[in-house]
Design a protein around this ligand. Structure first.
Ligand code: NAD
Length: 429
């Protein structure tokens, strides 16, 4: 009988010992305990179904070849084809990608989408790549994973360090390999090549919609509310613009270059334009520069982490002074920090609900691509709100009924749906 042998520490394959993976497992165990989840199902769900690690040889502008490491992890496809973003970041590793893939399974499930969970990544500093190098790397990475992705199999999307341009290159490379135009292989593409309107804005807008649901519950008005954003890329900029359209005051933002504070409110449009032109906020006028992570502890009504994971820890949790924590980033809060935030009365919108706007409009894009029939912006926006409201309410209702924190509740709603499907499908042996 074959037996799973854990890969040795240091082999680069020991995803189970990675802090990122242990964080999602700790949250999974809490939700599984509330559900009294069948141990056989739990054993299957604790590990991804497939991990692919590839070398990505990339021609650099100086003529040299650098070999980067790329990953695609498929956690579970009980509900439908695998779905999940591709991250370019210097700290990407197998454990992080496995953790993010598992989170995607629960996110699609809690939102009621017919999709499973996956994630990809390349260990690379994207800001150091030229346009040509980024394209070379993306095309080779796509070629390396092209036998495990596909419109009915696994559909990538943008995540940190990647954007709609990256998705267009993936689509083009995949289409060339299969010999036909195949836009449904990725979502988050530019609208001109089969993308969906509102996909670029969807995660940021979803963050603001879910914040309004939480704000309603605690009697907080967004008009005049103070907002801090940690991360000013796709999610952070679209959230900042949407918050300011609702009359909120964005008093601090941070990106990889540092933090920028203006208690009177920053000029969001100007900051967004500056960041898109210069790639970071380094040198922007109209705010005092501080250390990036210090913005997390600025007193405010809404704090939205929208960059890397694990930024709210047991060390800084007691200093977090927000009313609503809107988790735009994936996994921004360490499990040990959660009880401290709860004790301090912080209303948490867990990542798998708060940032689910992105995968929801990705789902719409995939559906529209399959039909070759594209919806109007108002149709997409109202469907997005309907699904987000559903995911949020199901989580709140579970939390009330079982007296659990909302993070555990959101995961439990997702896990329960996957468990039901797995039971119906049975085990192919
Ligand atoms: P992005 O690459 O567009 O932007 C990331 C931002 O974070 C940039 O402003 C970058 O400068 C900043 N950043 C990086 N390291 C930082 C640090 N140490 N301190 C402060 N800021 C830092 O990425 P994105 O697509 O906006 O994704 C942000 C987060 O949202 C990620 O956790 C991602 O997984 C999550 N997310 C994204 C989407 C999506 O649709 N793009 C969907 C769901 C979740």
């Amino acid at each position: 009988m074959s037996k799973f042998v854990a890969p040795p520490p240091g082999s680069g394959l020991d995803f189970e010992s990675s802090p990122a993976y242990q964080r999602v497992i700790q949250n999974f165990e809490a939700a599984a305990a509330v559900l009294n989840l069948d141990p056989n199902t739990a054993a299957r769900l604790r590990r991804p179904e497939r991990i692919v690690i590839v070398s990505v040889p990339t021609r650099m502008d100086d003529g040299s070849v650098k070999v980067f490491t790329g990953y695609r992890v498929q956690h579970n496809d009980s509900l439908g084809p695998y779905k999940g973003g591709i991250r370019y970041h210097p700290e990407v590793d197998v454990g992080e990608v496995c953790a993010l893939a598992m989170q995607m399974t629960w996110k699609c499930a809690v939102m009621g989408l017919p999709l499973g969970g996956a994630k990809g990544g390349v260990r690379v500093a994207p800001l150091r790549l030229s346009y040509g190098e980024a394209q070379n790397l993306t095309r080779r990475y796509t070629a390396e994973i092209s036998n495990i992705i596909g419109p009915e199999v696994d559909i990538p999307a943008p995540d940190m360090g990647t954007n709609e341009r990256t998705m267009a290159w993936i689509m083009d490379t995949y289409s060339a390999r299969v010999g036909k135009f195949c836009p449904e292989v990725v979502t988050g593409k530019p609208v001109d090549v089969g993308g969906s309107v509102l996909r670029a804005e969807a995660t940021g807008h979803g963050l603001v919609y879910t914040t309004t649901y939480a704000a309603e519950e605690i009697g907080l008005k967004l008009e005049g509310a103070s907002v801090v954003l940690h991360g000013f890329g796709n999610v952070g900029t679209h959230a900042a613009l949407a918050f300011s359209r609702r009359g909120a005051r964005v008093i601090a933002v941070a990106d990889v270059s540092g933090g920028y504070v203006n208690e009177k409110g920053i000029d969001v449009r100007k900051f967004v334009d500056y960041a898109s032109k210069n790639r970071t906020l380094e040198g922007v006028d109209g705010a005092d520069k501080v250390e990036g992570d210090s913005v997390l502890t600025i007193p405010c009504d809404v704090l939205a982490p929208a960059a890397t994971g694990h930024v709210i820890t047991v060390e800084n949790a007691a200093k977090i002074r927000c009313k609503v924590l809107a988790e735009g980033a994936n996994g921004p809060t360490m499990p040990d920090a959660d009880p401290i935030l709860e004790r301090n009365g912080v209303t948490i919108i867990p990542d798998i609900v708060c940032n689910a706007g992105g995968v929801t409009v990705s789902y719409f894009e995939w559906v529209q691509g399959g039909m070759n029939f594209f919806w109007r912006e108002d149709e997409i926006d109202s469907r997005l709100q309907q699904l987000l409201r559903g995911g949020y309410e199901r989580s709140r209702e579970f939390a009330r009924r079982h007296k659990t924190p909302i993070r555990t509740a959101a995961l439990a709603v997702g896990i329960e749906r996957v468990d039901r499907t797995m039971r119906l499908r049975g085990l192919y042996a």
